[in-house]
Write a protein that binds this ligand. Structure first.
Ligand code: HEM
Ligand code: HEM
Length: 311
């Protein structure tokens, strides 16, 4: 449904989230409604109270498309991730806002006699829209808890007993060994869900050669993908290439998923970066969270890191 919605909007060239456009029609009227109710109370001007009430109705009407598109945006741009606490909080706040706006509309008559009621209700509503905006901003710009996307300083690679170079960061371990124009890679993270690694020059999903996989019932699925959008990746065939992995496997043990694969340093795929020993790349490590034994679940804002790695 979200795809259809944005496909239709795409016909007129609109590809941005629509929710941030609609919120103004809730936030503005709520704050204005509070101000008019306050003026009606302080200056004893009942006609201002009518305006306040009309503004509450406007906010109430726009509550519906705003919330609906908020949910569509969450599905479309954030893969309906259940790892976003902001969304749970916003759903609760939006529910309370609904009740407060409805209450203010129904208490119209009582409010005329006791003007303090709408002032209090709309003050609460103002607080609610502010909080909704705050958590919305956290989604867009990253909250305090969101991990920085800036690349960590080049991790000092150690050498494991089996000759693999290794870096460990934030719970991820990446190991690699270059030989015969091939690179053996292993990547692990404490999860039973998918784990992914992306090689590129930018540290963004777009433009990175991504290998992603998971273990289900002891069987490893490891796929060769490419990031073709800031929020999209898919099999190499999507960008005119082909699966270049010459070996693949993986295990799930002690709560940790480890993927292993081998690929040519130069895959021959049109967009993949050619890897060269001794050169530094931006390597993305990502995971889909517990139970994400698939290739679709969004990693959330904290489920990926970017490292500078010298191969
Ligand atoms: C009437 C209630 C709501 C208000 C006033 C509101 C307000 C906001 C604001 C101010 C932003 C930041 C926009 C920006 O900085 O560009 C935002 C973003 C966002 N909100 Fe809401 N929000 C509401 C309800 C919801 C609900 C119910 C959901 C979904 C469950 C939701 C999902 C989102 C998402 C996903 C974003 C990120 C931007 C996007 O992709 O659309 N919002 N919201
Ligand atoms: C499995 C399915 C995946 C889905 C549904 C998904 C979805 C998304 C979405 C919606 C965004 C934009 C919102 C945000 O910045 O958080 C994003 C950004 C990002 N993703 Fe993914 N992703 C997936 C897999 C991966 C994998 C395997 C990697 C790397 C190994 C990765 C690395 C990144 C990075 C580094 C960003 C932020 C920088 C950027 O490219 O703009 N993602 N992803």
């Amino acid at each position: 449904m979200d795809q259809l919605f944005y496909n239709v909007l795409g016909l007129v060239g609109f590809a941005h989230p629509l929710h941030p456009v609609l919120i103004t029609m809730v936030v503005g009227p709520v704050i204005a409604s509070f101000l008019f109710a306050a003026v009606a109370l302080l200056f004893k001007k009942p006609e201002f109270y009518k305006t306040s009430r009309q503004l509450t109705v406007v906010a109430f009407i726009f509550w519906f498309p705003t919330v609906a598109v908020g949910i569509i945006d969450w599905i479309h741009f954030y893969g309906a991730s259940t790892k976003m606490t902001e969304i749970n909080i916003k759903l609760i706040l939006a529910g309370v806002l609904f009740l407060v706006l409805l209450g203010n509309i129904f208490l119209f008559k009582a409010g005329e006699k006791q003007p303090l009621i709408p002032v209090i209700l709309m003050l609460v509503a103002t607080g609610l829209v502010s909080a909704l905006g705050y958590f919305g901003g956290n989604i867009v710009f990253g909250g305090e808890t969101a991990k920085t996307e800036a690349p960590a300083p080049a991790g000092k690679a150690g050498v494991a007993a089996d000759g693999f170079k290794e870096v460990a960061q934030d719970g991820y371990t990446l190991g690699w060994k270059i030989h015969d124009n091939l690179i053996d890679v292993r990547v692990s993270y404490k999860t039973n869900g998918w784990v992914g690694v992306g090689f590129g020059k930018t540290g963004t999903m777009e433009g990175s050669h991504i290998i992603i996989g998971f273990i289900l019932d002891g069987k490893a699925t490891v796929e060769d993908h490419f990031g073709y959008g800031h929020d999209k990746h898919g099999p190499e065939s999507k960008v005119g290439g082909k699966d270049s992995l010459t070996a693949r496997g993986g295990i799930f043990a002690d709560g940790t998923t480890t993927l292993t694969f081998t690929m040519p340093l130069s895959t021959g795929n049109p967009k993949d970066p050619v890897l060269v020993a001794g050169e530094t790349y931006k390597v993305i490590l990502a995971n889909g969270g517990e139970d994400a034994q698939d290739l679709e679940t969004y990693h959330g804002r904290t489920g990926r890191i970017v490292l500078d790695v010298t191969l």
